[in-house]
Write a protein that binds this ligand. Sequence first.
Ligand SMILES: Cc1cc2nc3c(=O)[nH]c(=O)nc-3n(C[C@H](O)[C@H](O)[C@H](O)COP(=O)(O)OP(=O)(O)OC[C@H]3O[C@@H](n4cnc5c(N)ncnc54)[C@H](O)[C@@H]3O)c2cc1C
Length: 417
Amino acid sequence: MQKYSGFGLIRHALSYHENWQRVWRNPKPGKQYDVVIIGGGGHGLATAYYLAKEHNISNVAVIEKGYLGGGNTARNTTIVRSNYLWDEATRLYEHSMKLWERLSQDLNYNVMFSQRGVLNLGHTLQDMRDIERRVNANRLNGIDGEVLDTRQVQELVPLMDCSANRRYPVLGASWQPRAGVARHDAVAWGFARAADSLGVDLIQQCEVTDIVIEDGAAVGVQTRTHGVIKANRIGCVTAGNSSVIAKMAGFELPLESHPLQALVSEPIKPVLDTVVMSNHVHGYVSQSDKGDLVIGAGIDGYNGYGQRGSYPTIEHTIQAIIELFPAFSRVRMNRQWGGIVDTTPDACPIISATPVENLFFNCGWGTGGFKATPGSGNVFAATLAKGEAHELARPFNMFRFHDGSLIDEHGAAAVAH
Ligand SMILES: Cc1cc2nc3c(=O)[nH]c(=O)nc-3n(C[C@H](O)[C@H](O)[C@H](O)COP(=O)(O)OP(=O)(O)OC[C@H]3O[C@@H](n4cnc5c(N)ncnc54)[C@H](O)[C@@H]3O)c2cc1C
Protein backbone atom coordinates (compact mmCIF):
# COMPACT_ATOMS: atom_id res chain seq x y z
CA MET A 1 0.00 0.00 0.00
CA GLN A 2 1.52 3.31 -1.07
CA LYS A 3 1.73 5.94 1.67
CA TYR A 4 1.28 9.63 0.86
CA SER A 5 3.34 12.30 2.57
CA GLY A 6 2.43 15.97 2.69
CA PHE A 7 4.67 16.46 -0.37
CA GLY A 8 2.75 13.66 -2.10
CA LEU A 9 -0.48 15.57 -1.57
CA ILE A 10 1.04 18.71 -3.11
CA ARG A 11 2.39 16.70 -6.06
CA HIS A 12 -1.08 15.21 -6.68
CA ALA A 13 -2.72 18.63 -6.39
CA LEU A 14 -0.31 20.00 -9.02
CA SER A 15 -1.06 17.07 -11.35
CA TYR A 16 -4.81 17.75 -11.01
CA HIS A 17 -5.26 14.57 -8.96
CA GLU A 18 -4.88 12.36 -12.02
CA ASN A 19 -2.30 9.88 -10.73
CA TRP A 20 -3.67 8.68 -7.43
CA GLN A 21 -3.01 5.01 -6.83
CA ARG A 22 -6.10 2.81 -6.47
CA VAL A 23 -6.97 2.18 -2.82
CA TRP A 24 -7.86 -1.42 -3.67
CA ARG A 25 -7.24 -3.60 -6.72
CA ASN A 26 -9.82 -4.26 -9.42
CA PRO A 27 -9.07 -7.97 -9.97
CA LYS A 28 -10.55 -10.42 -12.43
CA PRO A 29 -12.46 -13.08 -10.48
CA GLY A 30 -10.68 -16.40 -10.01
CA LYS A 31 -12.38 -19.70 -10.82
CA GLN A 32 -12.50 -21.11 -7.28
CA TYR A 33 -12.39 -19.53 -3.82
CA ASP A 34 -12.42 -20.89 -0.29
CA VAL A 35 -15.19 -18.41 0.48
CA VAL A 36 -17.38 -16.25 -1.73
CA ILE A 37 -19.25 -13.44 -0.01
CA ILE A 38 -22.26 -12.05 -1.85
CA GLY A 39 -22.73 -8.37 -1.06
CA GLY A 40 -20.06 -5.70 -0.70
CA GLY A 41 -21.71 -3.63 2.01
CA GLY A 42 -20.09 -2.97 5.37
CA HIS A 43 -21.03 -6.39 6.75
CA GLY A 44 -19.75 -8.32 3.72
CA LEU A 45 -16.48 -6.36 3.64
CA ALA A 46 -15.99 -6.77 7.39
CA THR A 47 -16.60 -10.52 7.04
CA ALA A 48 -13.91 -10.75 4.34
CA TYR A 49 -11.47 -8.71 6.42
CA TYR A 50 -11.86 -10.86 9.55
CA LEU A 51 -11.70 -14.09 7.51
CA ALA A 52 -8.29 -13.03 6.23
CA LYS A 53 -7.05 -11.42 9.41
CA GLU A 54 -8.28 -13.77 12.12
CA HIS A 55 -8.69 -17.07 10.28
CA ASN A 56 -5.92 -16.85 7.72
CA ILE A 57 -8.41 -17.45 4.91
CA SER A 58 -7.65 -14.91 2.20
CA ASN A 59 -8.66 -16.89 -0.89
CA VAL A 60 -11.91 -14.96 -0.63
CA ALA A 61 -14.00 -12.94 -3.10
CA VAL A 62 -16.59 -10.32 -2.27
CA ILE A 63 -19.08 -10.13 -5.15
CA GLU A 64 -21.00 -6.84 -5.33
CA LYS A 65 -23.63 -6.04 -7.93
CA GLY A 66 -23.07 -2.28 -7.69
CA TYR A 67 -20.26 -0.46 -5.94
CA LEU A 68 -18.77 -1.22 -2.52
CA GLY A 69 -20.83 0.20 0.34
CA GLY A 70 -23.49 1.56 -2.06
CA GLY A 71 -26.43 -0.20 -0.35
CA ASN A 72 -27.69 0.53 3.15
CA THR A 73 -24.13 1.11 4.29
CA ALA A 74 -24.08 4.35 2.29
CA ARG A 75 -27.64 5.28 3.18
CA ASN A 76 -27.85 4.95 6.92
CA THR A 77 -27.76 7.53 9.67
CA THR A 78 -24.80 5.87 11.44
CA ILE A 79 -26.08 5.55 15.00
CA VAL A 80 -23.94 3.10 16.97
CA ARG A 81 -25.07 1.82 20.39
CA SER A 82 -25.28 -1.47 22.26
CA ASN A 83 -28.09 -0.88 24.76
CA TYR A 84 -30.53 -3.55 23.60
CA LEU A 85 -32.73 -5.45 26.06
CA TRP A 86 -32.06 -9.18 25.91
CA ASP A 87 -28.75 -10.81 26.84
CA GLU A 88 -28.23 -12.41 23.42
CA ALA A 89 -28.66 -9.14 21.51
CA THR A 90 -26.76 -7.03 24.01
CA ARG A 91 -23.74 -9.34 23.89
CA LEU A 92 -23.64 -9.24 20.11
CA TYR A 93 -23.96 -5.44 19.87
CA GLU A 94 -21.49 -4.90 22.72
CA HIS A 95 -18.99 -7.20 20.96
CA SER A 96 -19.37 -4.82 18.03
CA MET A 97 -19.02 -1.74 20.23
CA LYS A 98 -15.69 -2.99 21.55
CA LEU A 99 -14.47 -3.52 17.98
CA TRP A 100 -15.66 0.01 17.06
CA GLU A 101 -13.60 1.43 19.90
CA ARG A 102 -10.36 0.31 18.26
CA LEU A 103 -11.46 0.10 14.64
CA SER A 104 -9.62 3.13 13.25
CA GLN A 105 -6.35 1.83 14.73
CA ASP A 106 -7.06 -1.72 13.63
CA LEU A 107 -7.80 -0.73 10.02
CA ASN A 108 -5.26 2.11 10.03
CA TYR A 109 -8.07 4.19 8.56
CA ASN A 110 -10.07 6.89 10.28
CA VAL A 111 -13.70 5.71 10.46
CA MET A 112 -14.55 8.86 12.44
CA PHE A 113 -16.14 6.93 15.29
CA SER A 114 -17.43 9.62 17.64
CA GLN A 115 -18.67 8.49 21.06
CA ARG A 116 -20.93 11.46 21.64
CA GLY A 117 -23.62 9.49 23.49
CA VAL A 118 -27.18 8.51 22.57
CA LEU A 119 -30.35 9.55 24.39
CA ASN A 120 -33.57 7.53 24.10
CA LEU A 121 -36.29 9.83 25.37
CA GLY A 122 -39.23 8.79 27.54
CA HIS A 123 -42.50 10.74 27.25
CA THR A 124 -44.87 8.61 29.34
CA LEU A 125 -44.67 6.70 32.61
CA GLN A 126 -44.67 3.46 30.65
CA ASP A 127 -41.75 4.73 28.52
CA MET A 128 -39.83 5.48 31.71
CA ARG A 129 -40.56 2.03 33.17
CA ASP A 130 -39.32 0.43 29.95
CA ILE A 131 -36.22 2.63 30.02
CA GLU A 132 -35.46 1.67 33.62
CA ARG A 133 -35.87 -2.00 32.83
CA ARG A 134 -33.58 -1.78 29.81
CA VAL A 135 -30.88 0.25 31.58
CA ASN A 136 -30.90 -2.23 34.47
CA ALA A 137 -30.60 -5.12 32.03
CA ASN A 138 -27.73 -3.33 30.29
CA ARG A 139 -25.88 -2.77 33.53
CA LEU A 140 -26.25 -6.43 34.46
CA ASN A 141 -24.48 -7.14 31.16
CA GLY A 142 -21.70 -4.68 31.99
CA ILE A 143 -22.90 -2.06 29.51
CA ASP A 144 -22.77 1.63 30.34
CA GLY A 145 -26.16 3.23 30.81
CA GLU A 146 -27.97 5.72 32.99
CA VAL A 147 -31.54 6.83 33.52
CA LEU A 148 -31.73 10.63 33.29
CA ASP A 149 -34.51 12.90 34.50
CA THR A 150 -35.88 15.89 32.60
CA ARG A 151 -33.39 18.35 34.08
CA GLN A 152 -30.40 16.18 33.18
CA VAL A 153 -31.70 15.74 29.62
CA GLN A 154 -32.17 19.50 29.28
CA GLU A 155 -28.61 20.10 30.48
CA LEU A 156 -27.28 17.73 27.84
CA VAL A 157 -29.43 19.17 25.03
CA PRO A 158 -30.22 22.82 25.82
CA LEU A 159 -31.94 23.41 22.47
CA MET A 160 -34.57 20.70 22.99
CA ASP A 161 -37.94 21.83 24.33
CA CYS A 162 -38.29 19.96 27.62
CA SER A 163 -41.06 22.14 29.02
CA ALA A 164 -43.89 20.41 30.86
CA ASN A 165 -46.62 21.89 28.66
CA ARG A 166 -45.53 20.12 25.45
CA ARG A 167 -47.93 17.63 23.89
CA TYR A 168 -45.33 14.91 24.61
CA PRO A 169 -43.30 16.25 27.55
CA VAL A 170 -39.83 14.77 28.04
CA LEU A 171 -39.96 12.85 31.34
CA GLY A 172 -36.43 11.53 31.09
CA ALA A 173 -34.22 9.32 28.95
CA SER A 174 -31.83 6.43 28.81
CA TRP A 175 -28.28 7.60 28.14
CA GLN A 176 -25.46 5.49 26.78
CA PRO A 177 -22.33 7.66 26.87
CA ARG A 178 -20.16 5.26 24.81
CA ALA A 179 -22.69 5.23 21.96
CA GLY A 180 -22.39 7.64 19.04
CA VAL A 181 -21.91 7.84 15.29
CA ALA A 182 -19.29 6.91 12.69
CA ARG A 183 -18.64 7.87 9.08
CA HIS A 184 -20.44 5.24 6.97
CA ASP A 185 -18.38 5.51 3.76
CA ALA A 186 -15.15 5.42 5.69
CA VAL A 187 -16.24 2.19 7.36
CA ALA A 188 -16.82 0.49 4.00
CA TRP A 189 -13.62 1.92 2.53
CA GLY A 190 -11.55 1.05 5.60
CA PHE A 191 -12.67 -2.58 5.58
CA ALA A 192 -12.31 -2.79 1.77
CA ARG A 193 -8.78 -1.40 1.80
CA ALA A 194 -7.70 -3.67 4.65
CA ALA A 195 -9.31 -6.80 3.13
CA ASP A 196 -7.73 -6.07 -0.25
CA SER A 197 -4.30 -5.65 1.28
CA LEU A 198 -4.70 -9.11 2.88
CA GLY A 199 -5.39 -10.64 -0.56
CA VAL A 200 -9.21 -10.61 -0.75
CA ASP A 201 -10.61 -10.04 -4.27
CA LEU A 202 -13.25 -7.29 -4.34
CA ILE A 203 -15.35 -7.79 -7.48
CA GLN A 204 -17.70 -4.89 -8.25
CA GLN A 205 -20.43 -4.51 -10.90
CA CYS A 206 -21.02 -8.26 -10.74
CA GLU A 207 -24.52 -9.38 -9.84
CA VAL A 208 -25.16 -12.88 -8.49
CA THR A 209 -28.11 -14.31 -10.41
CA ASP A 210 -28.20 -17.86 -9.05
CA ILE A 211 -26.71 -20.20 -6.48
CA VAL A 212 -25.14 -23.31 -8.04
CA ILE A 213 -26.23 -26.33 -5.99
CA GLU A 214 -25.01 -29.92 -6.46
CA ASP A 215 -26.31 -32.80 -4.30
CA GLY A 216 -27.88 -30.40 -1.80
CA ALA A 217 -24.69 -28.37 -1.32
CA ALA A 218 -23.85 -24.92 -2.66
CA VAL A 219 -20.75 -25.08 -4.85
CA GLY A 220 -20.69 -21.65 -6.47
CA VAL A 221 -22.54 -18.61 -7.70
CA GLN A 222 -23.77 -17.79 -11.17
CA THR A 223 -23.04 -14.17 -12.02
CA ARG A 224 -24.44 -11.91 -14.72
CA THR A 225 -21.05 -10.75 -15.98
CA HIS A 226 -18.42 -13.35 -15.02
CA GLY A 227 -20.11 -16.75 -15.38
CA VAL A 228 -19.87 -19.26 -12.55
CA ILE A 229 -17.51 -18.53 -9.63
CA LYS A 230 -16.94 -21.62 -7.52
CA ALA A 231 -16.57 -21.65 -3.74
CA ASN A 232 -16.22 -24.11 -0.87
CA ARG A 233 -18.46 -21.92 1.27
CA ILE A 234 -20.77 -19.04 0.41
CA GLY A 235 -21.83 -16.25 2.75
CA CYS A 236 -24.79 -14.13 1.69
CA VAL A 237 -24.80 -10.60 3.16
CA THR A 238 -27.23 -8.75 0.92
CA ALA A 239 -29.53 -6.96 3.42
CA GLY A 240 -32.79 -5.97 1.68
CA ASN A 241 -32.13 -8.41 -1.18
CA SER A 242 -31.55 -11.45 1.02
CA SER A 243 -34.93 -13.07 0.40
CA VAL A 244 -34.24 -12.83 -3.35
CA ILE A 245 -30.99 -14.80 -2.95
CA ALA A 246 -32.69 -17.30 -0.60
CA LYS A 247 -35.29 -17.91 -3.30
CA MET A 248 -32.48 -18.67 -5.76
CA ALA A 249 -31.32 -21.36 -3.33
CA GLY A 250 -34.83 -22.77 -2.98
CA PHE A 251 -35.90 -21.71 0.52
CA GLU A 252 -37.72 -18.81 2.16
CA LEU A 253 -36.54 -16.49 4.90
CA PRO A 254 -38.92 -14.79 7.35
CA LEU A 255 -37.96 -11.36 6.04
CA GLU A 256 -39.89 -8.36 4.81
CA SER A 257 -38.08 -5.78 2.69
CA HIS A 258 -39.20 -2.23 3.37
CA PRO A 259 -38.04 1.22 2.30
CA LEU A 260 -36.40 3.18 5.10
CA GLN A 261 -35.77 6.86 4.53
CA ALA A 262 -33.51 9.50 5.99
CA LEU A 263 -32.86 13.15 5.28
CA VAL A 264 -30.30 15.85 5.97
CA SER A 265 -30.69 19.59 6.35
CA GLU A 266 -28.57 22.43 5.14
CA PRO A 267 -25.49 22.82 7.38
CA ILE A 268 -26.05 24.98 10.44
CA LYS A 269 -23.76 26.03 13.27
CA PRO A 270 -23.08 23.36 15.93
CA VAL A 271 -26.18 23.04 18.12
CA LEU A 272 -26.40 19.35 18.97
CA ASP A 273 -23.44 17.33 20.20
CA THR A 274 -25.21 14.08 20.98
CA VAL A 275 -27.81 11.81 19.35
CA VAL A 276 -31.47 12.22 20.34
CA MET A 277 -33.96 9.44 19.66
CA SER A 278 -37.61 9.22 20.59
CA ASN A 279 -39.64 6.07 20.07
CA HIS A 280 -42.76 7.89 21.17
CA VAL A 281 -42.85 10.88 18.84
CA HIS A 282 -41.00 8.59 16.42
CA GLY A 283 -37.95 10.35 15.11
CA TYR A 284 -34.26 10.82 15.78
CA VAL A 285 -31.67 13.44 15.01
CA SER A 286 -27.95 14.08 15.27
CA GLN A 287 -25.69 16.73 13.76
CA SER A 288 -22.88 15.76 11.42
CA ASP A 289 -19.40 17.24 11.65
CA LYS A 290 -20.31 19.30 8.56
CA GLY A 291 -23.28 20.81 10.42
CA ASP A 292 -26.17 19.02 8.67
CA LEU A 293 -28.96 17.70 10.85
CA VAL A 294 -29.18 13.97 10.11
CA ILE A 295 -32.77 12.84 10.60
CA GLY A 296 -34.61 9.55 10.41
CA ALA A 297 -37.60 7.64 11.71
CA GLY A 298 -39.53 4.50 10.81
CA ILE A 299 -39.94 2.27 7.78
CA ASP A 300 -42.48 2.93 5.07
CA GLY A 301 -45.29 0.48 5.78
CA TYR A 302 -45.35 -1.29 2.40
CA ASN A 303 -42.87 -3.81 0.99
CA GLY A 304 -40.61 -2.82 -1.86
CA TYR A 305 -37.16 -2.92 -3.41
CA GLY A 306 -37.27 0.64 -4.72
CA GLN A 307 -34.63 2.33 -2.52
CA ARG A 308 -36.99 5.29 -2.17
CA GLY A 309 -39.89 6.00 0.13
CA SER A 310 -43.11 7.99 0.27
CA TYR A 311 -43.72 11.59 1.24
CA PRO A 312 -46.08 11.02 4.23
CA THR A 313 -43.33 9.20 6.16
CA ILE A 314 -40.98 12.14 5.70
CA GLU A 315 -43.72 14.56 6.76
CA HIS A 316 -44.36 12.51 9.92
CA THR A 317 -40.64 12.38 10.68
CA ILE A 318 -40.26 16.14 10.41
CA GLN A 319 -43.31 16.68 12.65
CA ALA A 320 -41.66 14.49 15.30
CA ILE A 321 -38.37 16.40 15.14
CA ILE A 322 -40.11 19.78 15.34
CA GLU A 323 -42.11 18.53 18.34
CA LEU A 324 -38.76 18.07 20.12
CA PHE A 325 -36.88 21.00 18.58
CA PRO A 326 -39.31 23.76 17.55
CA ALA A 327 -36.30 25.87 16.48
CA PHE A 328 -35.57 23.40 13.67
CA SER A 329 -38.77 24.45 11.89
CA ARG A 330 -36.67 27.28 10.38
CA VAL A 331 -34.04 24.91 8.93
CA ARG A 332 -34.30 23.90 5.28
CA MET A 333 -33.94 20.25 4.33
CA ASN A 334 -31.28 19.54 1.74
CA ARG A 335 -31.93 16.02 0.50
CA GLN A 336 -33.73 12.78 1.26
CA TRP A 337 -33.07 9.16 0.24
CA GLY A 338 -34.10 5.60 1.00
CA GLY A 339 -32.59 2.16 1.47
CA ILE A 340 -34.14 -1.31 1.53
CA VAL A 341 -34.12 -2.83 4.99
CA ASP A 342 -34.77 -6.51 5.75
CA THR A 343 -36.91 -6.82 8.86
CA THR A 344 -37.51 -10.03 10.83
CA PRO A 345 -40.48 -10.91 13.08
CA ASP A 346 -38.39 -10.36 16.26
CA ALA A 347 -36.34 -7.33 15.13
CA CYS A 348 -33.13 -9.37 15.45
CA PRO A 349 -30.73 -10.51 12.74
CA ILE A 350 -30.28 -13.92 11.14
CA ILE A 351 -26.70 -15.25 11.23
CA SER A 352 -27.09 -18.82 10.22
CA ALA A 353 -26.47 -22.01 8.32
CA THR A 354 -29.31 -22.78 5.91
CA PRO A 355 -31.05 -25.87 4.55
CA VAL A 356 -28.42 -25.82 1.76
CA GLU A 357 -25.05 -27.15 2.88
CA ASN A 358 -22.15 -24.67 2.66
CA LEU A 359 -24.53 -21.71 2.22
CA PHE A 360 -24.74 -19.27 5.13
CA PHE A 361 -26.78 -16.09 5.58
CA ASN A 362 -26.14 -12.93 7.55
CA CYS A 363 -29.17 -10.67 7.16
CA GLY A 364 -32.29 -9.36 8.89
CA TRP A 365 -30.48 -6.43 10.51
CA GLY A 366 -33.40 -4.32 9.42
CA THR A 367 -33.18 -0.72 10.48
CA GLY A 368 -30.25 -1.14 12.87
CA GLY A 369 -27.34 -3.07 11.39
CA PHE A 370 -24.77 -0.33 10.83
CA LYS A 371 -23.88 -0.34 14.53
CA ALA A 372 -23.19 -4.07 14.23
CA THR A 373 -20.89 -3.85 11.18
CA PRO A 374 -17.60 -4.94 12.82
CA GLY A 375 -19.24 -7.41 15.21
CA SER A 376 -21.42 -8.94 12.53
CA GLY A 377 -18.45 -9.37 10.19
CA ASN A 378 -16.36 -10.77 13.02
CA VAL A 379 -18.81 -13.48 14.11
CA PHE A 380 -19.85 -14.30 10.53
CA ALA A 381 -16.20 -14.75 9.52
CA ALA A 382 -15.76 -17.23 12.39
CA THR A 383 -18.98 -18.99 11.36
CA LEU A 384 -17.81 -19.32 7.74
CA ALA A 385 -14.30 -20.35 8.73
CA LYS A 386 -15.44 -23.17 11.02
CA GLY A 387 -18.67 -24.11 9.28
CA GLU A 388 -20.57 -23.74 12.54
CA ALA A 389 -22.03 -20.73 14.34
CA HIS A 390 -19.81 -18.49 16.45
CA GLU A 391 -20.99 -18.58 20.06
CA LEU A 392 -22.49 -15.06 19.86
CA ALA A 393 -24.22 -15.87 16.57
CA ARG A 394 -25.79 -19.15 17.75
CA PRO A 395 -29.03 -17.64 19.15
CA PHE A 396 -29.59 -15.84 15.83
CA ASN A 397 -29.98 -18.93 13.65
CA MET A 398 -32.89 -18.95 11.20
CA PHE A 399 -34.38 -22.07 12.78
CA ARG A 400 -35.52 -20.02 15.81
CA PHE A 401 -38.57 -19.05 13.76
CA HIS A 402 -39.55 -22.75 13.69
CA ASP A 403 -38.95 -23.60 17.35
CA GLY A 404 -40.16 -20.27 18.73
CA SER A 405 -37.00 -19.15 20.56
CA LEU A 406 -37.37 -15.56 19.37
CA ILE A 407 -35.38 -12.65 20.84
CA ASP A 408 -37.88 -9.82 20.72
CA GLU A 409 -36.04 -6.51 20.42
CA HIS A 410 -38.94 -4.44 19.10
CA GLY A 411 -38.80 -2.33 22.26
CA ALA A 412 -35.15 -1.37 21.93
CA ALA A 413 -35.41 -1.00 18.17
CA ALA A 414 -38.82 0.65 17.93
CA VAL A 415 -37.77 3.78 16.07
CA ALA A 416 -35.59 2.80 13.14
CA HIS A 417 -31.95 3.57 13.78
C1 LIG B 1 -32.20 5.28 5.94
C2 LIG B 1 -31.51 4.28 6.80
C3 LIG B 1 -31.06 4.64 8.05
C4 LIG B 1 -30.41 3.70 8.87
N1 LIG B 1 -29.88 4.12 10.04
C5 LIG B 1 -29.17 3.26 10.81
C6 LIG B 1 -28.53 3.72 11.99
O1 LIG B 1 -28.58 4.91 12.32
N2 LIG B 1 -27.83 2.82 12.74
C7 LIG B 1 -27.76 1.49 12.40
O2 LIG B 1 -27.18 0.72 13.15
N3 LIG B 1 -28.34 1.04 11.24
C8 LIG B 1 -29.02 1.88 10.44
N4 LIG B 1 -29.59 1.45 9.27
C9 LIG B 1 -29.48 0.03 8.90
C10 LIG B 1 -28.12 -0.26 8.29
O3 LIG B 1 -27.86 0.65 7.24
C11 LIG B 1 -28.05 -1.68 7.73
O4 LIG B 1 -28.54 -2.62 8.68
C12 LIG B 1 -26.62 -2.06 7.41
O5 LIG B 1 -25.95 -1.02 6.73
C13 LIG B 1 -26.62 -3.30 6.54
O6 LIG B 1 -25.32 -3.49 6.04
P1 LIG B 1 -25.07 -4.61 4.98
O7 LIG B 1 -23.64 -4.58 4.62
O8 LIG B 1 -25.65 -5.89 5.48
O9 LIG B 1 -26.02 -4.20 3.77
P2 LIG B 1 -25.80 -3.26 2.51
O10 LIG B 1 -24.91 -2.12 2.81
O11 LIG B 1 -27.15 -2.95 1.95
O12 LIG B 1 -25.00 -4.21 1.53
C14 LIG B 1 -25.62 -5.27 0.84
C15 LIG B 1 -25.00 -5.28 -0.54
O13 LIG B 1 -25.45 -6.44 -1.26
C16 LIG B 1 -25.48 -6.09 -2.62
N5 LIG B 1 -26.30 -7.06 -3.34
C17 LIG B 1 -27.63 -7.25 -3.24
N6 LIG B 1 -28.03 -8.22 -4.09
C18 LIG B 1 -26.91 -8.66 -4.73
C19 LIG B 1 -26.67 -9.63 -5.74
N7 LIG B 1 -27.68 -10.36 -6.27
N8 LIG B 1 -25.40 -9.82 -6.19
C20 LIG B 1 -24.37 -9.09 -5.66
N9 LIG B 1 -24.54 -8.13 -4.71
C21 LIG B 1 -25.80 -7.92 -4.25
C22 LIG B 1 -26.07 -4.68 -2.60
O14 LIG B 1 -25.79 -3.99 -3.80
C23 LIG B 1 -25.40 -4.08 -1.39
O15 LIG B 1 -24.25 -3.32 -1.70
C24 LIG B 1 -30.24 2.35 8.43
C25 LIG B 1 -30.71 1.98 7.15
C26 LIG B 1 -31.31 2.94 6.35
C27 LIG B 1 -31.77 2.53 4.97
